[in-house]
Design a protein around this ligand. Structure first.
Ligand code: ADP
Ligand code: MG
Length: 419
């Protein structure tokens, strides 16, 4: 059964081909790619200054392009699932001109990164984006796009090369131009990811510790539910606010500094919902630290158990799961050779991540596929580009899609600029 991820070279070929068709002339002088990510454990902890344990994926966003002699950015995305127009141009920012977000929305990610880039002035440029990360699927196509664009700009006019500052600039772009108040995890791992390793990130100190995860008998299976409930946008800021309120009540600068004892002591002053939100965060931060330890020791059983605890807490205390994700996790856990499974990303749809023995992969996929996928859906978020490229396309539309992955490298330059 083939669920291989499309090789980076194929996505780059596609981007180059589109570039040559649209812009003509010479081939693009620069090519870069930045990965999406999956978070193994530590959900909704990043904006609480806690720990997260993501890994970079073999799914990537490629940007190819060249400098121009004017002050204009010409950018096109090859991903057909975004809103029209897919080709956009805008002037570079100056001391007098700040780029502001507008339509189409997808271009705001590019504008935001150009605005927050740390070494102006930039030359004008034209570029094509192509991605194998499903858009809006919870595998962080947005951060991979931001980090790819930033890395592309570094080739045109290098900054000081500070990687943490780069991730922060990309996060700022998402805040100010896409209007998403995201934590630092996605951009951080897309910059810093290491092949064969998960990355334990302390979101308070921004320290990152690679944790080996390269045993050949292990697989990380990602299952995209291909659903995205409309709650996904509105609930995220609400959760953030609830966490800030809980921290303030506990007189802590963030929930990272709170213990369960602190929370129990203040219980009578907190409403039930705020209590549950805070409890998830406090326990999840601790669980993530324990999970990283378990991984270091190669205790995959224990790691898997913590994944399931994390899922249950996200379902019951943080209330960001949904029926489809719960079903995917339960189904995965019924298969021999599966260590653990949980929802990953913001929630209300998107993906689950499952740690399992490689020999159990086909069995797990078949078992999940055999479920009756006829539940009602708010909105089906189709992953157009990936679906037209992967082997088993038709039979999955509206049902789960699978990615068999291993921890991959962070952002890289495929073709550096010639000076
Ligand atoms: P996720 O990051 O989980 O994939 P988000 O909602 O944060 O989901 O980001 C998805 C959005 O990012 C898309 O709707 C689109 O606006 C933008 N985006 C991501 N990748 C691309 C791409 N290759 N081309 C154009 N826009 C993209
Ligand atoms: Mg995102």
């Amino acid at each position: 059964m083939a669920h291989a991820v499309m090789p980076v070279s194929e996505i780059a070929d596609k981007a180059r081909h589109v570039y040559e068709q649209v812009f003509g002339g010479n081939p693009p002088e620069v090519e870069v790619c930045a990965p999406g990510r999956v978070n193994l454990i530590g959900e909704h902890t990043d904006y609480n200054d806690g720990f997260v344990l993501p890994m970079a994926l073999p799914l990537v966003t490629v940007v190819v392009g060249s400098r121009t002699s004017d002050q204009v950015v010409n950018i096109l995305t090859a991903n057909e699932e975004v809103e029209e127009p897919r080709k956009v141009d805008f002037n570079l920012p100056t001391d007098e001109l700040t780029l502001s977000p507008g339509q189409p929305k997808w271009a705001n990610y590019v504008k935001g990164v150009v605005q927050h880039y740390r070494a102006h002035p930039l030359p004008g440029f034209r570029a094509v984006i192509a991605s194998s990360v499903p858009l809006g699927g919870g595998l962080s196509s947005s951060a991979s796009l931001e980090v790819a664009i930033y890395t592309f700009l570094q080739q045109l006019n290098p900054d000081d090369g500070d990687k943490v500052a780069k991730a922060v600039a990309c996060q700022q772009a998402e805040h100010t131009h896409a209007g998403v108040p995201c934590g630092i995890m996605d951009q951080f791992v897309s910059v810093m990811g290491k092949a064969g390793h998960a990355l334990l990130i302390d979101c308070r100190s921004l320290e990152a510790t690679p944790v080996p995860l390269s045993e050949p008998g292990l697989v990380i299976l990602i299952t995209n539910s291909n659903v995205k409930h409309s709650l996904s946008g509105s609930e995220y800021p609400t959760r953030r606010r609830q966490c800030e309120e809980a921290a303030a009540m506990l007189r802590k600068s963030s929930l990272r500094d709170a213990t369960m004892a602190d929370l129990e002591e203040a219980r009578s002053q907190l409403d039930d919902v705020t209590y549950c939100r805070a409890r998830h965060v406090i326990e999840e931060i601790e669980r993530t630290a324990r999970a990283a330890e378990a991984l270091r020791r190669g205790s995959y059983k224990e790691f898997g158990k913590l994944m399931v605890e994390s899922h249950n807490s996200l379902r019951d205390l943080y209330e960001v799961s949904c029926r489809e994700l719960d079903e995917l996790v339960s189904a995965a856990m019924e298969v021999d050779g599966v260590f653990g499974s949980r929802m990953t990303g913001g929630g209300f749809g998107g993906c689950t991540v499952t740690l399992l023995q490689a020999h159990a992969t086909d069995k797990a996929i078949l078992h999940i596929q055999s479920l009756p996928w006829d539940v009602e859906r708010d909105e089906i978020c189709m992953n157009g580009f990936q679906q037209t490229q992967s082997v088993n396309t038709e039979q999955y539309s509206g049902t789960p899609t699978f990615y068999v992955t291993t921890p991959s490298e962070g952002v890289r330059v495929l073709k550096p600029v010639m000076t």
